[in-house]
Design a protein around this ligand. Sequence first.
Ligand code: GLN
Ligand code: ZN
Length: 752
Amino acid sequence: MSTSIIGFPRIGEDRELKHATEKYWKHEIDQAELLRIADELKAKNWNKEDAKLDLVSAGDFSFFDNVLDAASLLNITPARYRDLGLNELDEYFAEARGYQKDGKSVKALPMKKWFNTNYHYIVPEIDDKTNIKVVGKRFFEDVKKACEHHEHVKASIVGPYTLLKLARYVGKKQAADFAPAVIAAYQDIFKRLNETHLDWLQLDEPALVFDLTDADKKLFHQLYDGILQAPHNFKVNIQTYFGDVRDIYQDLIDLPFDGIGLDFLEGKQTADLVRKFGFPKDKTLFAGVVNGKNIWRNEYQKTVDLLKSLPVDDNLVITTSCSLLHVPYTVENETDLDKDLKQHLAFAYQKLDELHDLDQIFFHDNQALLAENQALFENVNHPANPAVADRISGLTAADYTRLPERSERENIQKAEFKLPDLPTTTIGSFPQTKDVRKNRSLYKHHKISKAEYDKFNNDKIKRIIEWQEKAGFDVLVHGEYERNDMVEYFGENLDGFAFTKKAWVQSYGSRAVKPPIIWGDVSRKNSITVAASTYAQSLTDKPVKGMLTGPVTIFNWSFPREDISAKDSVTQIALAIQDEVLDLEKHGIKIIQIDEAALREKLPLRQSDWFKEYLDWAIPAFKLVHSKVEPTTQIHTHMCYSEFNDIIPAIDNMDADVISFEASRSDLSIIDKLKANNFETEVGPGVYDIHSPRVPSQAEIYNVINNILAKLPESKVWINPDCGLKTRGEAESFASLENLIAAVNQKRAELG
Ligand code: GLN
Ligand code: ZN
């Protein structure tokens, strides 16, 4: 055995799975048809893998999410879904998406970001009555089918430790209380797999790359000491990724695993651990050396040098650093990309080729392949912009410091804007109704002129400004009708970005995103938002918020270049956005929101890395964007999720004047934390959940406002929904916003 992957994308080269599941949800196709399409996609993946690799991967397919798959397989299904009396697949979709039919209504399980990626998993819910045991069939059917058609098969499933660590416990019992049942269930999985001719079982344990406590290690040992006793006629690989296993490496090599999978790319200490503590001859090292997250070609010489430096012989499988789920399918579909750039790209299919090449080079000494690859790296032409480099080298501490201090600015701005108590605003986008999308599509396909396109959007702006004025909002927005995806929109207006046609990556369930590629030095081509914002401002005496996406979010939702540091890339983007901020200010826009929706996403998994690896440059990049504005210009920022509990001081250090964030689904404990940290930025904790079509009543919002004001002084509080409205319909949004204003007015009247 010499080559393998951890997992493959499943959404489909043309997003076939997305289209089929969405049709199934709308009852346009039946379950048999959905299963048939899924089987086709699996078979296609397996054939692709079989052509290039030694092992074919089964079990990595999912109709929605692999964590939910494992939970369903093991009967971790809350009673409220079970009670719906649905078949296996429909029950699974009810957990993933919620269920509403015939008077029955159950909300979906929560979704969370998968480690440091933009993929979201469904959080399993365990209560005291959860009876963990094998009940699902799909996993075994997939393995059986792969074994029928392919000689060497590896099956993968989320491992017991990661499953228990990621689950949410809603009763009294905690993870360790479920260890005996989980051990028995995985032993049962082993027993059932003994009936196939499986070569390897891969247990995915990425949770081992976090900082581990003694209790974590104890749980891990308890689980595997038990599970590995089960007889099995296949080999067992414990697979880790997204980091290194410094807290548990020695335990891993001592336990009776047949294989250990390690990430040599994101795992900064992986190679050192293996060299320092050695690697047992009777185990196989699954060496993750082909990047499962980036889209760039592998530099074979570097990879081969790394592999040669490891104390292993032929007990080695060359593999990816993580599942290929996080990259698009194939570069071949990108017919419009610049040749220079295209030759450096490797998506999932190309990464299979690379594994094949590496096998030829490492095990069979194929020098020609090595030479061909080296030539590719001899001169890489990232489009350079010397003006950008000059600007960066000229930056000093003053460029990162806004003056005067925030407390002084707060007074200046209160005098400037004279807003009422509890000022009201929205997060930026209004519903992207069908006609808005149609207008964009007509323009994109050259069916209407730029003037016609703009006229349509301007009419929309006018209508929504009037609506907000009439509804009684204090700080208005233009509605973002001109934007499809916020990062794509800015990328298209910046030099240095490249765009793909079909490079979709699954974000959650049936949703896929198409991240732009950062290829050259980034700078602003032209003013981006000034026309829409100034037009909106010309229609009203109330302040209209300018609306920008921040540098860290643009970076985190793109495929970054790797020849320069993340810090340098983000600084380039920050300067481009700074130009836009100053341009807006020059044109009379007095409040500017710079969204950092994705700031939390790339926070390193280990706390010891938080600052030096990330926050130490991410926070200054944001400050660079707004440091030069006048004291009277008010800077807002917005973050999705309020999971920044642990980094509150860093968020305050962004030195914005106002921050809005998602809070309506949480228990408002974030507000206690803000208080405890003496948070200075004015805050708009979202008062209702925009992710649901449900309209909150005035009384409900009034209660939320009271809960907030019980903890924070009213001089610091803004009232807003918890995110943009672009994915919602107009009727429900307008009704919700009217209730929001009514609730605020009720509170203001009380305050006098
Ligand atoms: N301003 C953006 C909007 O309202 C923010 C979106 C986001 O946070 N993801 O849509
Ligand atoms: Zn948001």
